[in-house]
Design a protein around this ligand. Structure first.
Ligand SMILES: Nc1ncnc2c1ncn2[C@@H]1O[C@H](COP(=O)(O)OP(=O)(O)OP(=O)(O)O)[C@@H](O)[C@H]1O
Ligand SMILES: [Mg+2]
Length: 158
């Protein structure tokens, strides 16, 4: 595998371009976990994905709606687990049905039950100085490895 798993973005727009560049790798059933502190840029990244998969859609934080359904090819199901700590509550979201219909992109994805993390791409965002962010991706399982390969093929700086 070529390239490094860590990318950098230096602005909101850079983060959105990174998301937009990664979007074509996604297909139904995929799970992308986004981890990082409040305000790291998780939602901005998802809005970059949506710019390509669902042009014209508007991505907001799903904290209150729990799941944003973004029609496209594939559909995106954008979740934010910040307020959902118990596995039981997460299970009650009906993730299986979403995964059949599209790709799951999950803020605070480290809170997903283990079975959902087993075949996924885990992206961790570290805020650096100012607007700089470091984006590190890690593969879980076979599909995670394919997604990581697509991630590694992207330019390093955004
Ligand atoms: N390089 C960058 N990428 C993304 N956002 C940035 C960047 N630099 C500064 N920001 C600012 O950081 C904030 C990121 O907000 P965003 O809602 O995407 O964070 P989040 O990780 O989803 O947070 P939360 O955990 O609260 O959902 C925005 O206010 C944005 O303007
Ligand atoms: Mg968010």
């Amino acid at each position: 595998m070529s390239g490094t798993a860590t990318k950098k973005s230096g602005s909101v727009e850079g983060t959105q371009r990174l998301g937009a560049a990664f979007a074509p790798a996604l297909r139904a059933g995929d799970v992308v976990m986004l981890s990082g502190t409040l305000g790291a840029g998780k939602t901005r990244f998802v809005s970059g994905l949506a710019q390509v998969l669902s042009p014209g859609s508007r991505v907001r934080s799903p904290s209150f709606t729990l799941v944003n359904e973004i029609p496209g090819e594939p559909w995106l199901f954008h979740l934010d687990l910040y307020r959902l700590e118990r596995e039981r509550d997460i299970d009650s979201l009906g993730l299986e049905e979403y995964a059949e219909r599209g790709a799951l992109v999950v803020e605070w994805g480290e809170r997903l039950p283990g079975a959902w993390r087993a075949d996924a791409l885990a992206i961790t965002i570290d805020p650096l100085d100012g607007d700089d962010r470091a984006w590190s991706a890690q593969a879980h399982g076979a599909r995670g490895a394919e997604l990581l390969a697509a991630w590694c093929a992207l330019p390093e700086a955004w």
